[in-house]
Each structure stands twice: as structure tokens, then as C-alpha cells.
Design a protein around this ligand. Structure first.
Ligand code: ADP
Ligand code: C5P
Ligand code: MG
Length: 218
């Protein structure tokens, strides 16, 4: 994104690598994140998981707001999500500071940015991204996966009505983010149908092309 103001981001890309992970609901972002953490030493931060944790945190002023946004498949106001992500990154870096170069801290930010304003705000105030991994998946496949996940996930939004709303939000609000990054040649797009391992092989091929090296410990 091109910055609209001059502001120094909280973290520098010279010692912190940020990769965004986008894809429709049920495309397999969480599933593939586990593989990427194991093989590339990423710290995985899921925006949805952080919002769900904030929703039930005692004393949170945003609990009710987050709950209703999530049930309706709407995008929570970006200030909340960006603050949660930025603080989670700071916490991780305080525990294990980046040693730069080959030891540069790597963050895989799952389910974010879901809207153009989030992308611009994050890159200006937190850290510019290296690239975006996009999991491309047809709605019928995602719907079947989500309905199955809904049998055990306990998530308020894994039901047919919320799923429909989430698909709509994805097409109308989140795809423009992928399109914008694609214009900047910053997207690795991977077909997310088929077996988990096959999807992962495509992701690894994309990473190799971008020169992202395997790293087994974070
Ligand atoms: P997302 O984080 O993108 O919403 P998840 O990783 O939670 O997606 O995957 C949604 C559901 O689909 C989960 O129940 C997961 O186990 C399942 N799943 C993920 N990838 C595949 C795949 N390639 N084939 C079949 N099921 C999958
Ligand atoms: O990524 P996940 O499916 O866990 O996201 C669940 C919900 O959390 C989204 O449908 C949306 O309501 C909310 N969310 C958001 N902004 C993000 C990520 C998730 O509002 N960047
Ligand atoms: Mg997920």
C-alpha cells in the first residue's frame, strides 16, 4: 500500500518479516499455518483468534461489539484488530528479540487484512508486509468444510446463515485487498482444493520461488 501519511511503523521490516495469509472462510488458513510454523519458524497470529479471545476477556469493553460483528460476518473496526496484532507482535519480540539477518523474526498474520483500510493502517503504523499468501478456494468447497467444522468448533459463525454473510463480506470487502497487493506483485496465490498435504506442497513451491528459506526453530 502506498502510505498516505508519513509515520514510522512500530516494527522495521529490516528485522521483522510479516507475511499476510488471506483466503475465504474455510479455505484452510489455520490448517496450513500449522505447517508453516513447523517448517519456516513463523509465529502464527490469527486475527480471528485474537478477536475471539478479546471477546471473552474479562473487563474488555469490546466483548459485545466483537460478538455481534463476528456472528454477522462483518469486519470489526480496524483499530481494535490492529492493536491486538501489534501488541501480540510486541509480546513475542520481547520474549525472543529478533537477531536480524537469517534470524529475523517471522510473523504469519492469518485472516488479516480483511479490508483495505486495515492493510494501509497496519503497514503504516505496525510493519510493512513482505507478501501475501492467498488460498484460492471455491465457495462450495469452503461451505462443506465449514459446515463440517461447525459440528465440533463451537463457533457462533459456523452455521449456514453466518457462512453466507461471511462469503459476501469476503467477496465484497476482502478480495479487493488481495487484488491491490496483486497489483504490487506481492501475492502468492495457491489453489486450496484437494488434500491438505497437496495444498501445502503448492505453498512451499510458492515460498521457494520467493526465496523464503526453511527454518525449523523460531
Ligand atoms: P480457515 O482458517 O481458512 O477458516 P481452517 O484451516 O479452519 O480454515 O479449515 C476449515 C476446515 O476445513 C477445518 O475443519 C479443516 O480441518 C478443514 N480443512 C482444511 N484444509 C482442508 C483440505 N485441504 N481438505 C479438507 N479439509 C480441509
Ligand atoms: O479468520 P476467522 O474466520 O477466524 O474470522 C472470524 C471473524 O472475525 C470474521 O468473520 C470477522 O467477523 C472477524 N474478523 C475481523 N477482522 C479480521 C479478522 C476477523 O473482523 N481481520
Ligand atoms: Mg481460521
Amino acid at each position: 500500500m502506498s502510505p498516505s501519511t508519513t509515520q514510522t511503523p512500530r516494527f522495521s521490516p529490516s528485522d521483522t518479516t510479516v507475511v499476510f495469509l488471506l483466503g475465504g472462510p474455510g479455505s484452510g488458513k489455520g490448517t496450513q499455518s500449522s505447517n508453516l510454523v513447523r517448517d519456516y519458524g513463523f509465529t502464527h497470529l490469527s486475527a480471528g483468534d485474537l478477536l475471539r479471545a478479546e471477546q471473552i476477556r474479562e473487563g474488555s469493553q469490546y466483548g459485545e461489539l466483537i460478538k455481534s460483528y463476528i456472528r454477522d460476518g462483518k469486519i470489526v473496526p480496524m483499530e481494535i484488530t490492529v492493536a491486538l496484532l501489534s501488541n501480540a507482535m510486541a509480546e513475542k519480540l520481547a520474549q525472543s528479540p529478533s537477531s536480524g539477518g537469517e534470524g529475523k523474526a517471522r510473523f504469519l498474520i492469518d485472516g488479516f487484512p480483511r479490508k483495505l483500510d486495515q492493510a494501509v493502517f497496519f503497514e503504516e503504523t505496525v510493519c510493512p508486509s513482505e507478501f501475501t499468501l492467498f488460498l484460492d478456494c471455491p465457495e462450495e468447497v469452503m461451505e462443506a468444510r465449514l459446515l463440517k467444522r461447525g459440528e465440533t468448533s463451537g463457533r457462533d459463525d459456523d452455521n449456514a446463515e453466518s457462512i453466507r454473510k461471511r462469503f459476501r463480506t469476503f467477496v465484497e470487502t476482502s478480495m479487493p485487498v488481495v487484488d491491490e497487493f496483486a497489483k504490487q506483485d506481492k501475492v502468492i496465490s495457491v489453489s486450496a482444493t484437494g488434500e491438505v498435504e497437496d495444498v501445502y506442497k503448492r505453498i512451499q513451491a510458492g515460498f521457494e520461488k520467493r526465496g523464503v528459506t526453511v527454518r525449523t526453530s523460531s
